[in-house]
Each structure stands twice: as structure tokens, then as C-alpha cells.
Ligand binder design. Structure first.
Ligand SMILES: C=C(O[C@H]1C=CC=C(C(=O)O)[C@@H]1O)C(=O)O
Length: 424
């Protein structure tokens, strides 16, 4: 089921080129987690604020309904785009729950203002129901800017399970895998952060982007984070997915880390986890592609906190009649990197073992343009702003027959680190 504020009047969308803005994140004018949006990597991408149109969806068809709503809305817009690059012109940011049964559902938001930067070019997009007026300026579009605040002191407490309970749950899942019920299950846990000052999402986003420039720093409708995993990008018919599964922690010592990277690349436990994740992407994407490439072996992706086995899967779809980036995200979700193998059985096992609703964590997050192109990540290494001073952090680990609960707990702590250090 979906609800939009009303069937909105046709939006007028205007994009103009502006002087190089440098950093995008400092442009965000306010701290409202409902209407502060980001999709930024290595200083490029888009940020947005305000809401010219908004859709809320639920249930198994939450992404497909959102895709249809966007197609209808985009089809009725009056557009003047003087830049014509991915992310200019009309865009909607979205985030969707991991589970079809989650109360968290999904959201698509068309920001009132978007600022983008790509290949040295910067642009400003303004969307409103008004008639096409004079070209907007960045200062007008930002309006009143509030100062960025740090969250102050932070106290952490257990989420749905204590660390011991979570390790016991992982042990039960390992037993179920060894008994042949499933092959792989991704087990997640949550931790609650309580801050002494109100949370300003801009503070967290800037810290994440500074520490994890190679990740996509995202924010949409209360969830934010820095994810290394690209569920799908569609750009003029070219489709790309960055599949991650199989992890080792960084030690901080470069020589040790290089040795660990070599160990990871040979680890049969991690290679098994990774192969299952790649297979799930290949199976879901294959039917939509006219050609398709899956690398023979993964490479090791180095992040400041962990290293992952990574594979870049690419394909070609029909750019005019093929599925949109959001439809592809719907087809791919949930991959075995966040759910397990086989998908339905793993989803059942994790729902029982985790004893929590994952909400938007591990769901698709990203943006879509009027032509259906866009980028969708998996909302990992993330937190949900639950109220002014509470952020719920999440992290998960792929569990296979050879997994050890204590090692998985340590891995989940390493994956919580980006959000913990952003909180200060
Ligand atoms: C589920 C998460 O990570 C996935 C992505 C990369 C590596 C993973 C792993 O090695 O377990 C997980 O499959 C998470 O970060 O919350």
C-alpha cells in the first residue's frame, strides 16, 4: 500500500550550472533527518533538502509501487535541465525496509533543492509546484542556515540482544547450517546510542565522508551511514553492482594488514560466503541483461576499519524499455550479502534468530532520475535517528558452517565503528 501527500500538481524542475561548490555536505542548511538527503562519494554526488513531493510505501511491493509512482510523477513534470548529467534534472531519494513485513516500509522524496557535483561540474536543481521563474541562486535555495552541532557525550546500550545472547543466536544458526537447513545466514545486531545533545545529521555525514571517502555517504528519511556496497547503478543502459561478502578487520599496521588481505583472499570460509553473494546477484540480474560479466575471482577492498572480498558485476540492459534502477534494486534485494542462501529460508532463520525488525538497515538506499537511471546502495554501516537524542546502529555478518560466534561478534564491532566514531 502506498500513500503520497496528495496527487501533487505537476512539478516544475529547473537545473542550472553553478560555480564549483567544492564540498557538497557543508551546503546542507538544516539538521532535519526527514528532509536532509545525501548520496556522496569522493566529493561527488548529490545532496538535497526539503520535500517537493513524497511517497510512503509498505509491504512486498514497496519498491515496485515507488517505481510506478516516480514514473507517473516524472512523466508529468515540466523540466528545464541545462546540465544533463546523471543526477541533474528531476531526482528522488529513497530508502526501503529490509523486510517486506517491516513497519518501516519505504520512502521516496523529491527534494525541493538538490546540489550536485560530478567531473568538476556543479549544478543546482529546484523543484516546486510553481511556474518556471528566474534561474535560482544557491544562496536563495539554502535560505536560513543553522549551525552544525556535535552530539556531545554518547552512551551506548544493548539493542534487541546482549552481546552474549547474540553470540548464542549465532551458534544456533551455525548448528542449523551444519544440519543442512540453510547454507548461509547473515546475522545482524543493533546497539542504541544516546547523545547528550540533539543529533545533527550533518555532523555525522561530514565525519563519515571524511573517514570513509571511498564509501557512499547516504542519508534519506532518518537513516544515514557510509556504505561500501553498491546494490545497483544504472547509467545509460550500463548496470554495475559491487558485491561484498567475506571480511577481515584492519589492525592499523600496514604490513600486518597486507598479510591479512592475503589470508582473506585464500580463506575458504570467506570465499564461500562471497561466492554465495555473487551467485545471488548474478541470478537476479541475469534475466534483465542482454550481456553480463561476473569476475572469476574477487579482489580485496581496503577500508579504514575492515577489508572485504569484493566483486564488480556488470551488465547491459535496454536503456529505454528496460527496468529502472529502482526496479533492478527490487529484483536484487535481498542479496545473499545481507540475507543468506537460499533466500526465503535464510530470511526466516534470521528473523527468528535476530529477534528484531531491521527496519531500513540492509535495505536499498539511493536515488533515481527521471529516465530511470540512478544508484542504489545497501544501507550498511548505518544508523537510524529514532528521536532527537537516540540513534540505533546496526551491523551484520555472514554466517556459514565454519563461522565462530566470538569472531562474528568482533567483526560486527568493527562494522559498527564508522557510526561510533562519527558520533564522536
Ligand atoms: C551485513 C553487513 O555486511 C555484509 C557486507 C559485506 C560483508 C559482509 C560479511 O563479510 O559478513 C556482510 O555480508 C553489514 O555490514 O552490516
Amino acid at each position: 500500500m502506498s500513500t503520497a501527500a496528495a496527487d501533487p500538481a505537476p512539478l516544475v524542475v529547473r537545473t542550472v550550472e553553478i560555480d564549483d561548490v567544492g564540498d557538497l555536505l557543508p551546503l546542507l542548511p538544516h539538521d532535519d533527518p526527514a528532509t536532509t538527503m545525501s548520496w556522496v562519494r569522493r566529493g561527488e554526488g548529490i545532496v538535497g533538502w526539503g520535500a517537493a513531493a513524497r511517497l510512503r510505501t509498505d509491504g512486498p511491493a514497496r519498491m515496485i509501487e515507488a517505481d510506478a509512482w516516480w514514473r507517473r510523477l516524472a512523466g508529468r513534470m515540466i523540466v528545464r535541465d541545462e546540465v544533463g548529467v546523471p543526477g541533474s534534472g528531476p531526482v528522488a531519494f529513497g530508502s526501503f525496509a529490509f523486510s517486506r513485513d517491516s513497519a518501516a516500509g519505504g520512502t521516496l522524496v523529491v527534494p525541493r533543492v538538490v546540489v550536485g557535483r560530478r567531473d568538476g561540474r556543479s549544478w543546482l536543481t529546484v523543484a516546486s509546484p510553481a511556474a518556471l521563474g528566474p534561474a535560482p541562486t544557491l544562496a536563495q535555495a539554502r535560505g536560513a542556515v543553522t549551525p552544525v552541532r556535535a552530539p556531545g557525550a554518547v552512551r551506548y546500550r544493548d539493542g534487541s540482544l546482549t552481546a552474549d545472547q547474540w553470540q548464542a543466536a549465532v551458534a544456533e544458526v551455525v548448528a542449523a547450517i551444519r544440519a543442512g537447513q540453510v547454507q548461509k545466514v547473515v546475522m545482524a545486531r543493533d546497539v542504541l546510542a544516546r547523545t547528550s545533545e540533539d543529533v545533527d545529521v550533518r555532523h555525522l555525514l561530514r565525519a563519515l565522508a571524511a573517514e570513509y571517502p571511498g564509501c557512499w555517504t547516504f542519508a534519506v528519511d532518518h537513516i544515514l551511514g557510509a556504505t561500501p556496497e553498491l546494490l545497483v547503478r544504472r547509467d545509460h543502459g550500463l548496470v554495475a553492482c559491487r558485491v561484498l561478502a567475506g571480511t577481515i578487520r584492519r589492525t592499523g599496521d600496514d604490513d600486518d594488514d597486507l598479510r591479512h588481505a592475503a589470508t582473506l583472499a585464500r580463506s575458504s570460509k570467506d570465499l564461500e560466503e562471497h561466492e554465495l553473494a555473487v551467485a545471488s546477484v548474478a541470478q537476479a540480474l541475469g534475466p534483465y541483461c542482454t550481456s553480463f560479466n561476473v569476475p572469476e575471482a574477487p579482489f580485496v577492498l581496503h577500508l579504514p576499519n575492515v577489508m572485504h572480498l569484493a566483486s564488480d558485476v556488470t551488465g547491459v540492459v535496454d536503456a529505454t524499455r528496460g527496468p529502472s534502477s529502482l526496479a533492478l534494486a527490487a529484483a536484487l534485494h535481498p542479496t545473499a550479502a545481507v540475507c543468506g542462501t537460499p533466500t526465503p529460508e535464510a530470511a526466516g532463520v534470521l528473523a527468528r534468530a535476530e529477534r528484531m525488525d531491521r527496519g531500513r538497515y540492509a535495505g536499498p538506499v539511493g536515488w533515481i532520475g527521471a529516465d530511470g537511471d540512478g544508484e542504489w546502495g545497501i544501507a550498511l554501516r548505518s544508523g537510524v535517528v529514532q528521536d532527537a537524542r537516540t540513534v540505533r546502529l546496526f551491523a551484520g555478518c555472514g554466517v556459514v558452517a565454519a563461522s565462530d560466534p566470538a569472531a562474528e561478534l568482533a567483526e560486527s564491532e568493527a562494522k559498527l565503528l564508522p557510526m561510533r566514531s562519527a558520533l564522536g
